[in-house]
Write a protein that binds this ligand. Sequence first.
Ligand SMILES: Cc1cc2nc3c(=O)[nH]c(=O)nc-3n(C[C@H](O)[C@H](O)[C@H](O)COP(=O)(O)OP(=O)(O)OC[C@H]3O[C@@H](n4cnc5c(N)ncnc54)[C@H](O)[C@@H]3O)c2cc1C
Length: 417
Amino acid sequence: MAASRVLSNAARLGSCIGSRHRFIRNLHIRGISSCVDPSHGLTDEQKEFQKVAFDFAANEMAPHMAEWDQKEIFPVDTMRRAAQLGFGGIYVQPDVGGSGLSRLDTSVIFEALSTGCVSTTAYISIHNMCAWMIDTFGNAEQRERFCPDLCLMEKFASYCLTEPGSGSDAASLATSAVLKGDHYVLNGSKAFISGGGDTDVYVVMCRTGGKGPKGISCVVVEKGTPGLSFGKKERKMGWNSQPTRAVIFEDCAVPVANLLGLEGQGFNIAMRGLNGGRINIASCSLGAAHASVQLARDHLLVRKQFGETLSNNQFLQFKLAEMATQLVASRLLVREAAAALQDDRADAAALCAMAKLFATDQCFDICNQALQMHGGYGYLKDYAVQQFVRDIRVHQILEGTNEVMRMIVSRNLLSEI
Ligand SMILES: Cc1cc2nc3c(=O)[nH]c(=O)nc-3n(C[C@H](O)[C@H](O)[C@H](O)COP(=O)(O)OP(=O)(O)OC[C@H]3O[C@@H](n4cnc5c(N)ncnc54)[C@H](O)[C@@H]3O)c2cc1C
């Protein structure tokens, strides 16, 4: 039923899908029927909304991804059109405007969208994570107040955990929230916040109690609240279609009514959000790798050196085979983790960490190899492959670095003994 919402919205928006054919050079990615076909193993319904997402990526995102990158444009209108398809609250419950789809469905959608622009899709994934956190941990009034606008992307959300002094050791965060009457007064700052300054709703982890994770709470801070300000827009290697800024709180009074869950539950809420976030970011890497394998394949088939096409060279054939194998193995692990999270399995957090670690490392390698296969052309901004490389590099760093992923996996293994 929820999937049919995505599909019926797609039919309604048919005029914006499939009618435009302006692609940057070499970029028109779809599911391809070969051993790397991302629709293998999906239900008919999943294949249909995967096609909706691929079409949206090819027609609404890919033609602009180079320009969004170079001019650092946050494509608000495009994202709102994606939200019309149900992609603003993919795993948010339908009673507050979400699509109510599963984690696996979500992964399939983010993989397909990323073939059109990794950076924009990655922001949409963070927005979805925040909407899910409010949907899941908010009370009825909070869900009703925030979720419908977020699902439509009438309002945009940011996730605020990292601080200048606390990155990997997130539980050491120092932003304070002191209860005064019916408000929490926030002081401190958050670093590297995706969407920061351009978004409307900030899901903020802050300290209401003592040291460590149990002293952390989660509050929603709305743009325009006195005492909330932003740092300069960061200049980045990739992810340029979304702004990154520090978020600063100076005696910022937030109504107690904006506390998500109970005092002291904030760290748990943040980590629960990130389990899904890690699958989503890994899925964005899958999309980039899928696109890059296809770009490399197409290039090998047409580029001639030493009197024949590069595709006749066995070294390059073997390389391509290895890239395809890395891609399919990554996808299988991401989908396994998505299923584990959906089923609320005890090992879900470890599997999400494994999937993020494996897929973001492997997919970066795939994109980088694809660039190498393009030779000098791969280094030119006319060719999409360099943007995929730049955009997915950060997936090995954020939502917990891949070193932190190793900590999560090993902790799970050792605690089982
Ligand atoms: C473009 C971008 C967007 C971001 N968006 C957001 C956002 O929206 N919201 C948000 O809250 N945060 C965001 N972040 C922050 C991101 O999550 C952090 O950068 C990340 O968690 C790492 O923290 P750090 O940068 O402080 O690195 P550090 O924690 O200082 O780590 C530096 C290096 O040391 C390694 N390291 C640290 N401790 C250990 C250890 N015990 N064992 C082994 N290795 C270790 C790390 O893995 C890393 O390689 C974003 C970052 C970037 C670059």
